[in-house]
Write a protein that binds this ligand. Structure first.
Ligand SMILES: NC(=O)c1ccc[n+]([C@@H]2O[C@H](COP(=O)([O-])OP(=O)(O)OC[C@H]3O[C@@H](n4cnc5c(N)ncnc54)[C@H](O)[C@@H]3O)[C@@H](O)[C@H]2O)c1
Length: 321
């Protein structure tokens, strides 16, 4: 199959693209190498995709001629976006609406004209739920985002549903619950934690650490994308993709301390506006329709991310992990 992966230089996009190439698919990766975090990390993610079946296109989805890009493709995995809750307030909102809403609309418009496209998989987010009605949250529960980021992810998801119902674009939206694992973005909690653990630096926590998250291993996210592409679905489907272990940030730190074999220096600071108290997604629907279920236990995934951090950031002294 021929797959377009947008955001191919990012954390999820590069891991997905690598997996598709390993499965023998042809991959066209598109990325603008935005400066949300250091572009050099994105360049090294792209370097891992070197393969006869990989083509890299450097450019912004808001500028590139997309019809030409999508022509002949079987799958679009739309992972490009401006992530992060914290920065989505204030002046930067325009960056979020352009990267998350406008770019998705352009891609859907181009997809609408394709005669070869079999699936358009969109990387949505658990942030569309905000403080959810209940836990585990069902896809049919009312979305009520608490951050501008969540608002843009929901708007793009609604665009997917609109293009599906009006024009039959074969969209599937996957609501990712906090993704972690090797090569996770540098601004995300687990990367900050494992890096600080390896370098024996303080770990700064936003708020009390009692916020609960449903963490999902990157390998499981990738398999959910592939299942969404392969399995038959009605246009406009929406699925939660959640790891299934809701745990507090303090609980994660206890696990990490045990894995790393020495006490962590944890410091608590201000809570972030827009951060929710809890996330936890029901995966009954995705299991029923796609046969997908998370395979990686949090302890195992965290151990893999810690091992990656040791390779990446260096290690001082011994460890029992
Ligand atoms: N990582 C998570 O926990 C998580 C959770 C829920 C949803 N998501 C969604 O998954 C997707 C991937 O997240 P990630 O963690 O890999 O982020 P990332 O920042 O590592 O990757 C996103 C990539 O998209 C690129 N990009 C941004 N705007 C672009 C544009 N207009 N044109 C072309 N490229 C552009 C960036 O340069 C970046 O490389 C995002 O859409 C994000 O909203 C991620």
């Amino acid at each position: 199959m021929k797959a377009i992966v947008t955001g191919a230089a990012g954390f999820v996009g590069s891991t997905l693209a690598r997996r598709l190439l390993n499965l023998g698919h042809e991959v066209v990766g598109v990325d603008a190498l935005t400066d949300y975090y250091t572009p050099s990390l994105k360049v090294s993610n792209l370097a891992r995709l070197k393969d006869a079946k990989f083509t890299s296109i450097s450019g912004d989805l808001n500028d590139l001629p997309l019809k030409h890009l999508i022509d002949g493709a079987d799958w679009v995995f739309h992972q490009a976006g401006q992530p992060g809750v914290r920065k989505s307030w204030g002046e930067d909102f325009g960056v979020y609406s352009k990267a998350n809403i406008d770019a998705t609309q352009r891609l859907l418009e181009a997809s609408r004209q394709s005669s070869t496209l079999k699936k358009f998989v969109y990387a949505s987010s658990s942030s569309v739920y905000g403080d959810a009605e209940r836990y585990p949250t069902l896809e049919t529960d009312r979305p009520q985002p608490r951050s501008p980021y969540g608002v843009t992810k929901l708007a793009a998801e609604n665009l997917c549903t609109l293009y599906a119902s009006n024009f039959g674009v074969p969209t599937v939206s996957l609501r990712y619950f906090t993704v972690y694992g090797p090569r996770q973005r540098p601004d995300m909690a687990f990367t900050r934690f494992v890096r600080a653990a390896v370098l024996e630096e303080p770990i700064n926590i936003f708020g009390s650490g009692e916020q609960v998250r449903d963490f999902t291993f990157i390998g499981d996210i990738v398999e959910a994308n592939i299942a969404a592409a392969i399995e038959e679905t009605e246009p406009g489907e929406i699925f939660n993709v959640a790891g299934g272990t809701s745990i507090s940030v303090n609980g994660v730190l206890t696990l990490l301390e045990a894995l790393n074999g020495r006490p962590l220096d944890v410091r608590y600071g201000e809570k972030v506006a827009g951060d929710v108290l809890q996330t936890g997604g029901s995966t009954s629907r995705i299991f029923e329709m796609l046969g997908w279920r998370a395979q990686t236990a949090l302890e195992d995934g965290l151990a893999m991310q810690l091992a990656w951090a040791r390779d990446t950031f260096g290690r001082r002294g011994d460890s029992n992990a």
